[in-house]
Design a protein around this ligand. Structure first.
Ligand SMILES: Nc1nc2c(c(=O)[nH]1)N[C@H]1C(S)=C(S)[C@@H](COP(=O)(O)OP(=O)(O)OC[C@H]3O[C@@H](n4cnc5c(=O)[nH]c(N)nc54)[C@H](O)[C@@H]3O)O[C@H]1N2
Ligand SMILES: Nc1nc2c(c(=O)[nH]1)N[C@H]1C(S)=C(S)[C@@H](COP(=O)(O)OP(=O)(O)OC[C@H]3O[C@@H](n4cnc5c(=O)[nH]c(N)nc54)[C@H](O)[C@@H]3O)O[C@H]1N2
Ligand code: SF4
Ligand SMILES: [Mo]
Length: 696
């Protein structure tokens, strides 16, 4: 028996994990006791890691499509096929007609994997890198950067009041849920803003059941109550914020009656919430990871949240909005080689870069037309790594058409996903237990200045290969400048290079501190130390001239969703559809092949398939009974799901999780950009109708 300390990667958070090995096989797993994130706990996905790693469904060899059949091939043949294709694409078309799509496991798995893949693209000469960030999280980072000049996180463990806004951490961020449970034990006050009654809503002092798509109006209501009742921190605002007079005037113009009508939230509850937030000793807002992004006002929602912290002086302070020290590593990108911008950036430059903060990828919602051979230019070759866009990206039918039109597609994955089925070449990826990488983003996401090495716990199954090794081998086979920019022999050399600017070595993380290292502090009082904020004005920009200069609202302003319940369209589609609420046993389209997790899902939701949650009053109007099959229709298409009739959701709203093959909610959603600033589509407040599935 041998014990290895590593980090889970079955969702985005990387909980510490202890693995018991016997004769090189995983025997058992448990939460790592001393890990600062999960302190000994694992969620049911983490606890099922053995079933995942040893699943019989794993792809263990490269596969080439011949007609309708898959032929097992060697890595040698896989590389030569791909290299020939890449050479041909570059010679016959243009390097930029190669695009990559990476998914959540690559984005958050090991932070240097992303930049390594991007480096390959930079050297090849294509700016066209895409990921789910077009619909997730990035808009939050951009909204905060535009306001505070930095990205902060809520200091939950020290707060006296927390607002959980569009977030259900007990399903989607268990380590945070455990932290909130603990905080509740010491008497923290909780406000939840969600159209659904979730577990954290049950624990809350105030639950504001907002209508999806109207969060900006609610935020303005909270700001208005804070400013007009003089609950704001005058000294902080005076010294550190710019644009307060403009904001005040803007708030004077908002009517509480209108806000009440839009949000369906009572003004006394708004006022009570504002008082609790402003008067507590350390208040912070825990924002959903994407639920406030996927709106016409996605960036403005995050600006509004930053502004609420600023008005109440809860910036860089205990229990407020904070940042912790960053772990310094070598960045692997080479973007200075390129003067081209990716697809979708001409329309949304702030999605690519805010001042000198470079985010560097395309807006995926514009990739569809390029895949279809239309605007701005055709994509000939596509490599997908660790993503299943045919299920996870909006408007699945349009994307499927686009993929059919692409000349050559390679997909690297552990399983034969719907997207892999659409490929010409499928490459077997090693699981996170079969490779080594750096987990250094705990500080960015959780404010925990901690770094840990994800260990190679077992040998790779079959011919599976780690993503970094694959891209390194591919680079070695390419001609041109690749030699110069990829001097490393193996992934370990890359890791050593990445670690160089930090004060830590690979052997330290591997042998001396396999449990990880706490390398810094939470930066309380950061703005005092650096004399202000890293915005053009040096202050917190309540009013944003950067946005104004690009033709956007300089102050958070409510805008109707692209498909509004208050428009004519509602005659045909009278209900609001919100999508993508997380299910604890599954990560996006993954894990539905794991019996234990399927069972857990069935026990909780009384169905084996996708459900649609609706309120009993709404169900009654459409003669729908709990547990029966229903048809949900939008302008894009229709799907079937099991009706879940529950008081836990407000009237006239339908909630459907994503990730299902049968009952894929993204058949219903639209990829059209809704947020003019960054191009996020609206996946949380589109319009639909619902009926019995009889005639489906
Ligand atoms: N188990 C599991 N965990 C995951 C994932 C997974 O697939 N499975 N995915 C990971 C990833 S990549 C991400 S981005 C995060 C997502 O994390 P989040 O975006 O935080 O998603 P949820 O935690 O499901 O919370 C979303 C909540 O928002 C509510 N909501 C819906 N529409 C609106 C609205 O318009 N306004 C407001 N105020 N609330 C609304 C829903 O009712 C739901 O309770 O989860 C991560 N964790
Ligand atoms: N309607 C709607 N759609 C949504 C959302 C929503 O809220 N509503 N949320 C969106 C969000 S926030 C996100 S982040 C996206 C997620 O979108 P994706 O990232 O496409 O989601 P997954 O289904 O988790 O796909 C990841 C794939 O990577 C594979 N994989 C796992 N580990 C590895 C690895 O180490 N290497 C490789 N090569 N492959 C690996 C898995 O088997 C799986 O097939 O979904 C989005 N889709
Ligand atoms: S929350 Fe669960 S799946 Fe996610 S990292 Fe932790 S144990 Fe793994
Ligand atoms: Mo996400």
């Amino acid at each position: 028996m041998r014990k290895v300390l590593t980090a889970c990667e079955l969702c985005a958070w990387s909980c510490g994990m202890e693995v018991d090995l016997k004769a090189g096989r995983i025997e058992d797993v448990s939460g790592m006791d001393d890990h600062p994130l999960n302190r000994g706990k694992l969620c049911p996905k983490g606890a099922s890691v053995r079933d995942y790693v040893y699943s019989e469904d794993r792809i263990l060899h490269p596969l080439r499509k011949e007609g309708d059949e898959w032929r097992e091939i060697s890595w040698e043949e896989a590389f030569s096929t791909l290299i020939e294709k890449l050479q041909e694409t570059g010679d016959n078309y243009s390097p930029k007609s190669l695009a990559t799509i990476i998914g959540m496991p690559i984005l958050l798995g090991g932070s240097s994997t992303v930049s390594f893949i991007r480096r390959f693209m930079d050297v090849y000469g294509s700016p066209n890198c895409f990921s789910p960030e077009s619909i997730c999280y990035r808009h939050q980072i951009i909204g905060q950067t535009l306001t505070l000049g930095k990205f902060c996180v809520p200091d939950v463990s020290k707060a006296d009041c927390i607002v959980v806004w569009g977030h259900n951490p007990h399903n989607s961020k268990p380590p945070l849920a455990w932290q909130i449970d603990k905080a509740k034990g010491r008497g923290v006050r909780i406000i939840v803003i969600d159209p659904r009654r979730t577990r954290v809503a049950d624990m809350a002092d105030i639950h504001l059941q907002v209508e999806p798509g109207t969060d900006t109006a609610l935020a303005l209501g909270l700001m208005k109550a804070i400013v007009e009742n003089e609950l704001f921190d005058e000294e902080f605002v005076e010294e550190y914020c710019t644009g307060f007079p403009e904001l005040k005037e803007h708030l004077e113009k908002q009517s509480m009656e209108n806000i009440e009508n839009l949000t369906r939230v009572d003004r006394t509850d708004i006022r009570k919430s504002a008082e609790l937030f402003a008067n507590s000793d350390g208040s912070c807002i825990v924002q959903g990871v994407n639920s406030l992004d996927q709106h016409a006002t996605g960036v403005q929602n995050s600006r509004a949240i930053a502004i609420l912290h600023a008005l109440t002086g809860n910036i860089d302070s205990e229990g407020g909005f904070v940042r912790s020290s960053r772990f310094h590593t070598n960045y692997l990108r080479k973007e200075n080689l390129l003067d081209e911008i990716p697809i979708g950036i001409e329309q949304h430059p702030l999605f690519y870069q805010v001042w000198n903060t470079h985010f560097g990828e395309g807006q995926s919602m514009y990739l569809y037309d390029a895949l279809l051979g239309e605007t701005p230019y055709p994509i000939e070759t596509l490599i997908v790594s660790g993503s299943n866009p045919l299920i996870t990206w909006p408007n699945s039918q349009k994307l499927a058409k686009g993929l059919k039109n692409v000349d050559f597609i390679a997909v690297m994955d552990l399983f034969m996903t719907e997207t892999a089925e659409a490929a010409d070449l499928v490459l077997p990826a090693a699981s996170f237990m079969e490779r080594e990488e750096l987990c250094d983003y705990y500080s960015v996401i959780f404010g925990i200045p901690y770094v840990m090495l994800r260990k190679k716990v077992i040998e790779s199954r079959g011919d599976s290969m780690s993503d970094v090794k694959f891209w390194l081998e591919l680079a070695k086979g390419m001609s041109g400048d690749f030699d110069k920019h990829f001097p490393w022999k193996n992934p370990r050399d890359i890791l050593k290079h990445v670690l160089k600017p930090s004060d830590h070595t690979l052997s330290e993380l591997l042998d001396e501190h396999p449990e990880g290292i706490m390398f810094g502090d939470v930066q309380y009082g950061e703005h005092e130390k650096y004399q202000g904020f890293k915005t053009p004005s040096g202050k917190i920009e309540l009013y944003s001239e950067t946005l104004e200069n690009q033709g956007h609202d300089p102050l958070p302003t409510f805008k109707e969703p692209k498909e509004s319940i208050r428009s004519e369209k509602a005659e045909k589609f009278p209900l609001i559809l919100t999508t993508g609420s997380r299910l604890l046993p599954f990560t996006h389209s993954q894990m539905r092949n794991i019996p234990k997790l399927k069972k857990l899902y069935k026990a909780k939701h009384s169905t084996q398939q996708c459900f649609a949650e609706i309120n009993p009053v709404t169900a009654g109007k459409f003669d729908i009974k709990n547990g029966e099959e229903v048809k949900i229709t939008t302008q894009r298409g229709e799907i079937k799901a099991t009706a879940k009739v529950t008081e836990d959701i407000i009237e006239r709203v339908v909630n459907i999780p994503h990730g299902w093959n049968k009952g894929n909610v993204n058949i219903l959603t639209d990829n059209e950009p809704a947020d003019p600033i960054t191009g996020a589509p609206d996946l949380k407040s589109e319009l639909c109708r619902i009926s019995k599935a009889r005639n489906f």
